[in-house]
Design a protein around this ligand. Structure first.
Ligand SMILES: NC(=O)C1=CN([C@@H]2O[C@H](COP(=O)(O)OP(=O)(O)OC[C@H]3O[C@@H](n4cnc5c(N)ncnc54)[C@H](OP(=O)(O)O)[C@@H]3O)[C@@H](O)[C@H]2O)C=CC1
Ligand SMILES: O=C(O)C(=O)[C@@H](O)[C@H](O)C(=O)CO
Length: 276
């Protein structure tokens, strides 16, 4: 594993694990195989309805609790201050843990315009020790700036859509300059075909690895933390091992150049998209 990223008070492993579809006993089994492969950064959300599965997997892993960074996220329908507070408490109760390591606002929902009070609830919950670190997801620079201007507290993480057809160059630079860690959701493009791109296939053949591993190595090389999801123990192992693959500057640039104006997976521009 390469050195951990440490732009802020939070250090993250180079690659985390997406738990989007991990539920129930099958989810716990899948999480335990992911832990065997070495994953310690886990991405969950109130809306995934699996904070219980993730918490139980951590509690039954036989691995010291402090090795894990358990993440969850506040849904858009709970941005009002009092609702945000009890939702964070509910997230924590669902995990069965005594704290959540990283808690994010899932989407800014700018039209609703309550993300600043949601942020105040996260700050308060951090002060109460319920959560250790606070960040956001799908925030644009204007949203990040408003949080800092109105509360004086900058998010430590922004988790955004990011894959080779949507490389988010400006956001990655913006975050880096401000010490905000960029996490990449759907880092493999969630089956959108990017791993069959001829450029990525050619680079993969040169390294004798799969295209998915090259995509994950590209994220790591850009200082981005990908959180790939896989139900397959074999692919879980391959994915986390991708942190060891070294790409040349030219290979990194070739992959970044695959970005497309319409590269998003779905119509989810955070400036207008709303998710509750
Ligand atoms: N903050 C936000 O708004 C969002 C956050 N997320 C987070 O990001 C995580 C990951 O994103 P997700 O949308 O799941 O998409 P990913 O880009 O992680 O793609 C997941 C898909 O890729 C397949 N896959 C995984 N590894 C490989 C491999 N080595 N080779 C070939 N195929 C592979 C998986 O299949 P298989 O299981 O068969 O291996 C699965 O179908 C989510 O689980 C969630 O935690 C996601 C969306 C939005
Ligand atoms: O999965 C998540 O975290 C989301 O925020 C979803 O919106 C996700 O992007 C999705 O399911 C889109 O259809």
């Amino acid at each position: 594993m390469t050195a951990s990223l440490s732009f802020s008070e939070l250090s993250l492993p180079p690659i985390g694990f997406g738990t989007g579809r991990a539920h129930g006993l099958a989810g716990i089994e899948s999480l335990h195989s992911a832990f065997d492969a070495g994953y310690r950064l886990l991405d969950s959300a109130f809306n995934y309805e699996n904070e219980g599965t993730v918490g139980r997997a951590v509690r039954t892993a036989g691995i010291p609790r402090d090795e894990f960074i358990v993440t969850s996220k506040l849904p858009g329908r709970r941005h009002a201050r009092a609702e945000a507070t009890f939702t964070i408490e509910e997230s924590l109760f669902r995990t069965g843990l005594d704290h959540i390591d990283l808690y994010l606002i899932h989407w800014p929902n700018p039209r609703v315009d309550q993300y600043v009070e949601a942020w105040e609830a996260l700050i308060d919950a951090r002060e109460r020790g319920l959560i250790r670190h606070i960040g956001v997801s799908n925030f644009l620079p204007e949203h990040l700036e408003r949080l800092e201007t109105e509360t004086g507290v900058r998010p430590v993480v922004n988790q955004i859509e990011l894959h080779p057809w949507f490389p988010q160059e400006a956001a990655v630079i913006y975050h880096r300059e401000r010490g905000i860690i960029t996490e990449a959701w759907s880092p493999l493009g969630r089956g959108n075909g990017v791993t069959a791109d001829p450029v990525i296939e050619r680079i993969a053949a040169g390294h004798d690895v799969s295209p998915a591993e090259i995509v994950l190595a590209w994220h790591v090389a850009r200082g981005v933390v990908p959180i790939p999801r896989s139900a397959s123990p074999e692919r879980q192992r391959l994915n986390i091992a991708a942190a060891h693959i070294e790409l040349s500057a030219e290979e990194i640039a070739l992959i970044t150049a695959l970005g497309r104006p319409d590269g998003r997976l779905a119509d989810q521009d955070p400036a207008v998209y709303e998710e509750f």
